[in-house]
Design a protein around this ligand. Structure first.
Ligand SMILES: NC(=O)c1ccc[n+]([C@@H]2O[C@H](COP(=O)([O-])OP(=O)(O)OC[C@H]3O[C@@H](n4cnc5c(N)ncnc54)[C@H](OP(=O)(O)O)[C@@H]3O)[C@@H](O)[C@H]2O)c1
Length: 243
């Protein structure tokens, strides 16, 4: 398979690129900074320089020729303000969907975030920093826009993955991957492993939403179970924006 990863110089993205390249998949890595091309190439990807806050859908689509699946792993990152949460975490994720649709790519894996339900319908959770609220709102808006495009048999085959707090710990290889989990953290390396495994299983019509934290189940088993539940419409599986 050939995956294109937006935000390819990000920490999860680089781990994912290496995992995919090692198993023989092709990867196109979209980066905005030309200085990052060498690292992403060394990870095993073909690097393409595209700034997802200024590019148009056609420019991005041109980098998706021959691609089977796109992964949104970009993020405005710590230290950025509310405005960039919107231009990256929401708008760039939607731009990637626009580009994927133009290029005829149906499989889309969105790395979203645990906690987005707390800001649904304009809610502002007490005691939460306003930039973090803006981040969660941007992630939720991206999810909602993409889930709308996953409706119907010809829609995007969308997987929304909502990891808990990311750590740089060594991979545990064990996770909890369910429609809904308790708050927790998860090593970036385990997020990358889950992404790699999910890419082998296109989402059902309507998309699937999965939350991810550290846990007890081996990654392949957790992914296989979540995929099965999604196919049968079970409680851990395929759900839409109104769920
Ligand atoms: N941190 C957490 O605890 C947490 C929890 C749940 C989910 N997440 C999400 O998980 C994902 C991966 O996180 P991570 O820590 O691996 O991310 P990261 O290391 O911060 O990487 C994000 C990447 O996005 C790139 N990017 C930013 N603006 C861009 C633009 N305009 N065009 C193209 N690329 C752009 C950055 O490039 P530059 O280096 O050029 O800025 C960077 O390489 C993110 O979506 C994040 O929001 C994070």
């Amino acid at each position: 398979m050939h995956a294109a990863i937006a935000g390819a110089h990000g920490q999860v993205a680089r781990l994912l690129t290496r995992t995919l390249a090692e198993r023989g998949d092709r990867v196109t890595g979209l980066v905005r900074n030309p200085d990052h091309v060498a690292d992403v190439t060394a990870d095993g990807a073909r690097a393409a320089v595209v700034d997802l806050e200024s590019a148009g859908a056609q420019e991005v689509a041109e980098q998706l020729r021959g691609v089977d699946a796109v992964v949104f792993a970009a993020g405005a990152g710590p230290g950025s303000g509310a405005a960039r949460k919107d231009t990256v975490d929401r708008a760039a994720a939607v731009l990637l969907a626009d580009a994927a649709q133009r290029a005829g790519v149906r499989d889309y894996l969105l790395i979203s975030s645990f906690g987005v339900d707390a800001v649904r319908d304009g809610a502002a959770p007490e005691g939460v920093d306003e930039v973090f609220v803006a981040y969660l709102r941007a992630k939720l808006a991206a999810e909602e826009e993409l889930l709308a495009r996953a409706a119907g048999p010809d829609g995007l085959r969308l997987t929304v993955l909502r990891p808990g707090g990311l750590t740089d710990d060594a991979p545990a290889g064990r996770v909890r991957l369910e429609r809904s989990v308790e708050r927790g953290s998860v090593p970036r390396a385990d997020v990358a492993a889950v992404c790699a495994a999910l890419l082998e299983h296109p989402a059902p019509p309507g998309g699937r939403v999965l939350e991810l934290v550290g846990g007890q189940e081996a990654v392949p088993d957790a992914v296989a179970r979540a995929v099965r539940a999604g196919r049968s419409g079970g409680p851990s599986g395929s759900v839409g924006a109104t769920d």
